[in-house]
Design a protein around this ligand. Structure first.
Ligand code: SIN
Length: 303
């Protein structure tokens, strides 16, 4: 039987498939369709100190082979998360990652502190949301700001720390190096690529926020390239995401250098996508005599 178990910064996942933040809420709705314990982990919706209603609608639009979102970090706030969502997730057998966001460095540090004594197993620091006016991607696009905020959160955070990177940069490799040098235990990438669509009849952007983040199969080749670029620059584990829709995509992302995978937009078309990916990955490994999923990580043979 192929071993799908992986370990990221001392935290064990029974398989490498994690629900991507912002696409799975806190797991409740999907758990009505199937037992979410089948997943390796969940990265919860980006959570802030206070509840947020997010951006005004329309904030979702379909695009060829993808979607644009400008949700704006709608979430119930950390207190609600700790009191209502985390107890639900604790009853499930999957690794729980809290995705934290804020408007300033202090917010991120306080979020980390609020979660230090909770049952959350890892923290994913979101410095790559393209849809908020303050914070988010503003922290994620220069090496200096990535280094500063990672170092600050590191000082306050007792849990293993993942830094979620933005693709909206010139050299994602140097950004990943900055996160690693400031104390990140892992990096996850890619968050969405900033995009825009315009209604030709009204001449208005289709999203009320004008721009949004592009995800889905359209971004997959960009994500594979960036994961490989980062894998070749850092020693810490890379969690790959961006348009993974099938088990074949999952294998490709592992070969590019990912140690674990996050599946996001694919679940809007098919809520069972992560389960199909786990099954397909296992079958592929068994057919090819691969005993442990980590053997695939970084296995691409570049020309
Ligand atoms: C959002 O809530 O706007 C999306 C979150 C993100 O892109 O990080």
């Amino acid at each position: 039987m192929a071993n799908l178990q992986i370990n990221i910064a001392g935290v064990s996942f029974k398989n490498p498939v994690i629900a991507a933040s912002g696409t799975y809420g806190f797991g409740r709705e999907y758990d009505e369709a199937y037992d979410i314990s089948q997943l390796g982990g969940i990265s919860c919706k980006g959570t802030t100190l206070e509840k947020r209603d997010g951006n005004p609608p329309p904030r979702i639009a379909e695009t060829p082979a993808g979607m644009l979102n400008s949700v704006g970090l709608q979430n119930p706030g950390v207190d609600y998360f700790l009191q209502r969502d985390l107890p639900f997730l604790q009853k499930k057998d999957l690794t729980v990652i809290a995705n934290i966001a804020g408007s300033c460095e202090r917010d991120y540090c306080e979020m980390a502190e609020r979660l230090n004594d909770s049952a959350v197993q890892m923290i994913e620091m979101n410095i790559s949301c393209p849809n908020v006016k303050s914070g988010g991607v503003a922290f994620g696009t220069s090496c200096k700001s990535v280094e500063n905020i990672t170092a600050a959160v590191r000082r306050h955070c007792k849990k293993p720390l993942i830094v979620k990177l933005s693709p909206n940069v010139t050299d994602i490799g140097e950004i990943a190096v900055a996160a690693e040098s400031a104390g990140a235990d892992a990096v996850s990438l890619i968050n969405t690529i900033t995009g825009m669509r315009i209604d030709i009849h009204t001449r208005r952007p289709v999203l009320r926020n004008n721009t949004g983040g592009l995800s889905g199969p359209a971004v997959f080749p960009v994500a594979v390239r960036m994961v490989n670029q980062v894998y070749n620059r850092v020693k810490i584990p890379v969690i790959g995401m961006g348009g993974i829709s099938t088990w074949e995509d999952a294998v490709e992302m592992l070969l590019a250098g990912a140690s674990a995978l996050q599946v996001g937009a694919a679940m809007f078309r098919d809520p069972y996508a992560p389960l199909k990916i786990i099954d397909g990955l296992q079958a592929f490994m068994e057919q090819n005599g691969i005993s442990s999923v980590s053997e695939l990580t970084g296995g691409v043979q570049l020309w």
